[in-house]
Each structure stands twice: as C-alpha cells, then as structure tokens.
Design a protein around this ligand. Structure first.
Ligand code: NIG
Ligand code: FE
Length: 402
C-alpha cells in the first residue's frame, strides 16, 4: 500500500538532505534564478520534521542525519489540487460516449451521479474516495480540496462532507450544485434548505462554500444569497463561475472576496478586469474542457492581465474524470498556451493561493515538506512528456510516502 509510511521514514524529528537535484522548483522568487519558480540548479533540500528547513546550492548544504540522492533529477513542490469532486458513486461512461458522438455537456447529468451517490453506502463512498486519492498521490498531489454536491439532501450532503473531512482540511460545501431533483418545482425552497437546515448540518465539516452559478443551476441572486449565508456561518466562498456560458459568477466571486473563481471559460473584459483587481484566483480546469470538448479558457488573457491563475483537475465523473495534475499541466501548455513554468507554478503555488494557504505550494524554509521527485531532469518534462508517469518520489509532511 503506497500510502503506508515505512518505519524507516517515520522519525519525524530527524533531518533529511535531498541532494544532487538537477533542477529544484522552490516557487520563491528570492531564490535561484529569481523567476517566479525560484529555480535552483544543482540544488539540495533539507527537511526537518514536517517542514522544509533549508533549500539552496548543494555545495552549501548543512549536515543532516539522513541523505537521499536525487540522481540528477528534478524536485518540485507537491501539487495542490484545489478543485475536485471526489465523494460520489458510479460513473457516467454512457454520457461521455454520447458526448464524444456530438451531444453537448449540460449540468443535468449531475442528477445521474446524485442518484448513485444517495444509493451508496458510507463504505462505498469511502472506498471510491480512497481510490481516487491514491491515484492522485501517485501523480504527485499532496494537498487536495474536495466538495459535496452529489447528495443534495441534508443527510447526504453532511455525510459526504464528513467522509471528505477525514482525508483533507480543504472541504467545500456544495449543496448548491444543482437544484435537488426533490425540489425541481420549487427552487426557492431548495435555496432555503441550502442556506438553512443543510448549512447547519454541513458547516461543522467544511472550510469553504461553493455554488454552481450557471444556467440550469443557480443564478446570480441565488448564488449571492447562498454564499452570503455561508459566510455568516464562517465558511469562505469559492464559485463555479462562467463555465458553460457568460454570466455573473466571476463578478460575484470578486464582490464576495471568494478565494477562487473556478472554470472561467467564458469571460468578458470586465470579468478579467475584476479578477485582476482582486485577491480572487482564477482556477482553470482543462480536464473539463477536454472531457466536454469545449473551448479552452483563455489563460494567456488572464495571465497577461496580471490575474493569479491556478490549475486543478476538477476530478468528477461527469465533466472531468481525471485525477492527474500532470495531465492538466500538459493540456494547459499545449492547448491553453501557458508556458511550462507558468503551468507548474499554477499547479503548485497557484493552487495554494486558491486555498489561501501560505504553508504549501513552495519549497523554502518554513514551508510544509510536501515535495515530488520527478524521473526527469526538469519540471518542463511534465508537459514535454505527456502521459508518462514521471512522479517517482513523494514526501508529504516530511515523510516519504512513495
Ligand atoms: O465542475 N460544473 C459543475 N460541476 C462539475 C461537474 C459535475 C458533473 O458533471 O457531475 C464541474 O465541472
Ligand atoms: Fe467542479
């Protein structure tokens, strides 16, 4: 079991030197080449306990208890997947097949997964979640956010969040994924439930609140009411915004100081300006455009306007059934015209920014020791060698787990 830590690596107070790193991505521009990636060649990292104690030129590395030879390969921060939907049952193979023969994606498919998720036992949901987390870990994800949204009853939403909270601190209440099929004739009653009894049951498990602000899901006024109610309960907003069409989601995210506006596929100039003048990160999810055969988000327009961009998987059985951040990096570089450096930054430091975290997404002194060893001489190979399993070592909180 790859997630089990071997005793040899569990001495949490020992220090470990990882040396002979051909290219080290620190995401600290005060280090190395001074670029946003803070790239250091011929580098070393010292881990003490669960933290990075030192990064720099390997010739200046301090002495440590243990030593790992990186073999002239690349090391970078673990991926921060700031957007996924991993508490669900079943899959949507038929819907995918139909899409690949020309049928468009719509929010309506979510109902299929809601029915399967409600019918599943806690053990089945737990087993599925663990399976996708293990996949993600093998591809370098060391922090992930995940959401409810396939229960849509008080009990089923709270259950999803309770299961998620056993695996991550980054838990998001998405009771407002679509109007529950039980309230199809009375969306206002569903919004009242989401902001009332369901919020009460879910808030104890969650850090974030999210709304799918889209035609066929929730309009701007409904989304504002839901996010505002969540804020009043201490949850911080993030928004599924402007995925399938132009709409109010991005501006609402900025208005409410959401940590992130996610998807951002259909943006006006005013949307881009609003993001550029805010703390709200634009989280791009190219797995969704891949799997729905939709137009790519305009990453260059956002980056050139100075918007902070994160890259995440959106892993879910409907619109993006991939747990692979490296796959998303490759898509972002090839199809969204991000440079490899930008894509790697967005999948690490960008994800951390989208979760308002300063302790992850970087490898400089004080950061959490979450890091990846690639079987490649540089991080660029993540895009240059698409589909190749390059992640050959993973440390989480200072412990080698892969
Ligand atoms: O982020 N857009 C809304 N929610 C998911 C898709 C959910 C589904 O199709 O099951 C997304 O793409
Ligand atoms: Fe999503």
């Amino acid at each position: 079991n790859a997630t089990t830590v071997s005793p040899a690596h569990s001495a949490s107070t020992a220090s470990t030197l990882i040396t002979n790193i051909a290219a080290l991505v620190t995401n600290d521009p005060s280090l190395g080449d001074g670029s946003p990636l803070g790239l250091i060649q011929d580098a070393a990292v010292v881990i003490e306990g669960d933290r990075v104690a030192w990064t720099g030129d390997q010739s200046k590395a301090p002495a440590t208890d243990n030593r790992v030879d990186a073999g002239g390969r690349a090391v970078l921060p673990g991926f921060v997947d700031s957007h996924s939907h991993l508490v669900f049952a079943g899959d949507r193979t038929q819907e995918f097949n139909a899409r690949m023969s020309g049928r468009p994606y719509s929010a309506g498919g979510i109902r299929t997964t809601v029915a399967a998720t409600r019918a599943a036992t806690d053990e089945e949901l737990e087993r599925n979640l663990t399976r996708y987390l293990t996949e993600a870990l093998h591809q370098g994800t060391t922090t992930f956010e995940t959401k409810s949204g396939y229960g849509l009853t008080v009990q089923d939403e709270a259950r999803a969040l309770r299961i998620a909270a056993a695996h991550t601190d980054e838990v998001t209440y998405l009771g407002a994924h679509i109007v529950s099929p039980d309230h199809a004739d009375d969306p206002a009653a569903y919004v009242a439930l989401v902001t009332g009894e369901m919020l009460d049951a879910c808030a104890p498990y969650a850090r974030w609140i999210d709304v799918f602000c889209e035609k066929g899901a929730f309009d701007g006024d409904q989304a504002r009411a839901i996010l505002t109610a969540g804020k009043a309960r201490g949850l911080h907003p993030r928004v599924h915004a402007n995925q399938l069409s132009y709409g109010p989601g991005v501006q609402l995210a900025v208005e409410l100081d959401a940590a992130s506006a996610d998807h951002c596929t259909h943006l006006t100039d005013a949307d881009v300006d609003a993001l550029a003048n805010s703390r709200t990160v634009a989280t791009l999810l190219p797995g969704a455009e891949f799997s729905t055969r939709a137009q790519w988000p305009d990453a260059r327009r956002l980056l050139d306007a100075g918007v902070t961009v994160a890259l995440s998987t959106d892993c879910n059985p409907g619109s993006s059934f991939t747990s692979s951040v490296p796959f998303c990096i490759a898509l972002a570089v090839r199809d969204m015209r991000m440079t490899p450096d930008e894509a790697v930054w967005s999948a690490t430091a960008g994800g951390a920014a989208a979760l308002r975290r300063e302790d992850i997404g970087r490898l400089s002194a004080g950061a959490r020791a979450d890091l990846l060893l690639l079987d490649a001489p540089s991080h660029v190979h993540l895009a240059y060698r698409p589909g190749v399993p390059l992640v050959s070592g993973v440390w989480r909180r200072g412990l080698r787990v892969l």
